[in-house]
Design a protein around this ligand. Structure first.
Ligand code: PHE
Length: 355
C-alpha cells in the first residue's frame, strides 16, 4: 500500500469528500502509511536515509498535492450539482415567520391612494432634488422671503454654471407647479413622497413623508376643500365621528390658508382620532394663491383651486398608535415585524382601508 500509484489511484477514485478524507488519513494521518515511512527514516543508517529520504518526501508531496486537486474538483462538482438541483421557486410562499412585511408608510400611502382614487384623484410624483424655483419661488416665496427660513432646508453644493444651488425638497408642494405645467387644468391629484428638513427628535426626522393634494378647476371654493378633507379623514380613520376644525393660518402659496385640526378622544386609555375631547393639528391647506397659478402658466382669472399637505408618517402614527417617529427609519426587524403589514393586505374601501 506504500506504492505511489495505488495511492494516487485511490485519490482519483474518491467519489466524494468523505472518501477522499479516508484516503488522506490512511496515507498522511498519524497511523498513515506515508507517516510510517517518514518515521522509519529515524531507524535507518545514514546511507539508507540519504537514498530513501528524498523519495519519501517526494511521495508525500505528490500525494498531498493530488489530494488538494481532487478536493477542489469534488467541491466544484458539488457546487455545480447544488446550482443545478436547488433552483429557487420565487413563486412559492415564504415559510411562516420568514416573510417580510409592508412598512406602515407604504401601507398608509396605499390607503391614501385608494381613498383619493375613489374621489377621482390621480397620483403624481416629483423629484426629491429640486430647484429653488419649484421648492420656493414659484410657490410665492421669492428670495429673501422670510417664509424660506421657516423650513430648515438642506442646500446642495452648487454645480458649475448653476445660478443657485438646488435643495432637497422641503415639502411636496413643488409638485403642484410641476403638475399644473405638465397637465394644465383641470387637475385633481395627490403627490406622496419623501421630503427633507434639518430637524431631528422623537417626532421629527431629517427625511419624512408628505402627501400633497391639489385640485384646480373653475369655481372651486373653500367648501370643496372642507368636504374633501372631511371625506378623506373619515375614510382614512374609518370612523364617522371624525370632526374637523379649520384655523386661519399662513402659507405663502395659499390665500386664505387654514390649518386643520381633528378632534380626538380617549378610548381604553388611548388617544384616538374621533370625538371632540381635544384637538390636534393634522394638515395645512388653503386656496391656491393666484400668483402660484400664474407661475405655473395658468390664468388665475379662469382657474382656482385648493391644496393641502400632511405628513404620511404622522398619519401612520395616529392611526396605528406609534409614538416615536425615529424607529420608522431604523430598519429594526422587530419593529418591522410588529408594525408591518402582510404583503397581500391590499386596502379596499369595501373591506376597510386599514384591513
Ligand atoms: N407645504 C406645506 C408644509 O409643508 C403644507 C401645505 C400644503 C400647506 C399645501 C398648504 C397647502 O408645511
Amino acid at each position: 500500500m506504500t506504492d505511489a500509484e495505488t495511492m494516487l489511484d485511490r485519490i482519483a477514485a474518491a467519489e466524494n469528500l468523505s472518501e477522499l478524507e479516508a484516503v488522506r488519513v490512511s496515507a498522511l494521518g498519524k497511523a498513515g502509511s506515508i507517516t510510517a515511512l517518514l518515521k522509519s527514516l529515524g531507524s535507518m543508517d545514514s546511507e539508507g536515509r540519504a537514498s530513501e529520504a528524498p523519495r519519501i518526501h517526494a511521495l508525500r508531496e505528490q500525494v498531498t498535492q493530488a489530494i488538494a486537486e481532487r478536493k477542489s474538483t469534488l467541491e466544484n462538482a458539488e457546487l455545480e450539482r447544488k446550482l443545478a438541483t436547488e433552483a429557487i421557486d420565487l413563486s412559492l410562499p415564504a415559510p411562516e415567520g420568514l416573510s417580510g412585511t409592508v412598512h406602515p408608510v407604504s401601507q398608509v400611502m396605499d390607503e391614501l391612494a385608494e381613498i383619493f382614487a375613489d374621489l377621482g384623484f390621480s397620483v403624481a410624483e416629483g423629484p426629491e432634488i429640486e430647484t429653488q424655483w419649484y421648492n420656493f419661488s414659484a410657490l410665492n416665496m421669492p428670495e429673501n422671503h422670510p417664509a424660506r427660513a421657516m423650513q430648515d432646508t438642506f442646500y446642495l453644493e452648487p454645480r458649475e454654471g448653476e445660478d443657485e444651488p438646488r435643495v432637497l425638497r422641503t415639502h411636496t408642494s413643488p409638485v403642484q407647479i410641476r403638475a399644473m405645467e405638465a397637465h394644465g387644468a383641470p387637475v385633481r391629484l395627490i403627490a406622496p413622497g419623501r421630503v427633507y428638513r434639518s430637524d431631528s427628535d422623537a417626532t421629527h426626522t431629517p427625511m419624512f413623508h408628505q402627501i400633497e393634494g391639489l385640485v384646480i378647476d373653475r369655481a372651486i371654493t373653500l367648501g370643496h376643500l372642507k368636504w374633501t378633507l372631511e371625506t378623506f379623514l373619515k375614510a382614512f380613520f374609518e370612523r364617522d365621528d371624525v370632526v374637523l376644525r379649520m384655523r386661519p393660518s399662513y402659507f405663502p402659496f395659499t390665500e386664505p390658508s387654514a390649518e386643520v385640526d381633528v378632534g380626538w378622544s380617549i378610548e381604553k386609555g388611548r388617544r384616538v382620532v374621533g370625538g371632540q375631547q381635544g384637538w390636534m393639528e393634522v394638515l395645512g391647506s388653503g386656496m391656491i394663491h393666484p400668483r402660484v397659478i400664474a407661475n405655473a402658466g395658468l390664468d388665475p382669472a379662469e382657474w382656482q383651486g385648493f391644496a393641502f399637505g400632511t405628513g404620511v408618517d404622522r398619519l401612520a402614527m395616529l392611526k396605528y398608535g406609534m409614538d416615536d417617529l425615529r424607529p420608522f427609519f431604523d430598519g429594526d426587524i422587530r419593529w418591522l415585524k410588529h408594525y408591518g403589514f402582510r404583503a397581500l393586505d391590499v386596502p379596499t374601501l369595501s373591506g376597510g382601508v386599514g384591513a
